[in-house]
Design a protein around this ligand. Sequence first.
Ligand code: UD1
Ligand code: CA
Length: 461
Amino acid sequence: MKAVDVVIMAAGKGTRMHSSMPKVLQQLGGKPLVGHVIDTARALSARHTVVITGHGAEEVEAALAGQPGLRFVRQMPQLGTGHALQQAAPVLPEDGITVVLSGDVPLTQADTLQDLIDATRGEQLALLTLEMTDPSGYGRIVRQADGSVQAIVEHKDASEAQRAIREIYSGIMAVPTRLLLPWLQRLRNDNAQQEYYLTDVVKFAVADGHAVVARVLRDPVQVAGVNTPVQLAELERAYQLRTAHALMVQGVRLRDPSRLDVRGELTCGRDVEIDVNCVFQGRVELGDKVRIGANCVLSNVRIEAEAVLQPFTCVDGGSEGVTVGPRAAVGPFARLRPGAQLGADVHVGNFVEIKNATLADGAKANHLAYLGDATVGERVNYGAGSITANYDGANKHRTVIEADVHVGSNCVLVAPITLGSGGTIGAGSTITKSTEPQSLTVVRAKQVSIPNWTRPAKLKK
Ligand code: UD1
Ligand code: CA
């Protein structure tokens, strides 16, 4: 088997996106379009992956800089797809098979490309083609009477009869590099667009007596490109449906596969249930029997077995991540921020915000509360309306609440502070000093009642 080298064309401008961002960096499923193409190259175990940049080259190269094994070649100015390949020629070893892809065609599947590579048998040009009801704008596949491929004729150069052909070139080919390189040198731009057409290599192959094979694809989504925001949204939906189906095949129960958005990597255990309109970003791991209610937005979080997220819960793990322990119950309307770590059986209720705080097994904060920069012990009960005052205007300080503490409603815990284990904090207290274990601490004015009190009356004029 010959080595596979992938060339990804990404120099075009993308005028119709009406965006200041280079087209190939537009996001699909939370990843740049070209990122999907790079992943496909990786799935083919490509030896070299060459990205041809032009418009917004610096931005594209910077965005992809972290990815191992990529080579960038610049194409300035952009004189056509053949000209683009000419720029890559110096870095393509003769002994390989070159696969030509586009940075704005994100959903091609690796097995489709592997079939195309196999179709070259290491010695012939293989084209991926498609039958379209409206082929206008595309290069037409011109075949001889015996069915063999003779040429690709671009729409603008095609005769009326050729324009009636419905088989089009997808923009994807696989070709033995030792054949490709001399063909690239023979390209001319004497055509309607005065561009160097990569598609002219078909004519050279036929002239040189090399067979040209065409593989006809049945699934247009795999070769659909993004030129407009409408097409981007259409492909986003196609991608999400594909993702939803893959999850269901693994056993995940989605209440409605058309109302799911995965913008990153979602991994699920057995018997996971996901209600409608949930968004998953970054890395999200759901353990066995986890249930996610409607309208949750989750990013960078690990949720362990049998935990339940009620509707409208927001989890943003950021770079630190969030963990939700087994059987925990979170929401509705809860917010977990970076560094929130909930143990087993923890309850976090409505309008509770947790940031950079650990809640040990069985701790509960059920209503309207804030826990930031805190260490909360086992079985602590944290009352409604209570907050950690963790920020003094300059620095953040930690609050430690030891096991079995009961914090009443509407308390302000001014950090740094430690509440000793088993202690009780009376409702409405502002606590500024640490408390002893098993003690009751109350900081508020004593209740006073004046009997038979008459309210002031309005003065008569
Ligand atoms: C090309 C094919 C056409 C095919 C169509 C499928 C040629 C001459 N024509 O059309 O037969 O039906 O794709 O979509 O190849 N690019 C560069 N540098 C350039 C020009 C283009 O990197 O100088 C990149 C674009 O960014 C894009 C890809 O190449 O990712 C294809 O270019 P595009 O202009 O969309 O395709 P066409 O040339 O119209
Ligand atoms: Ca073009």
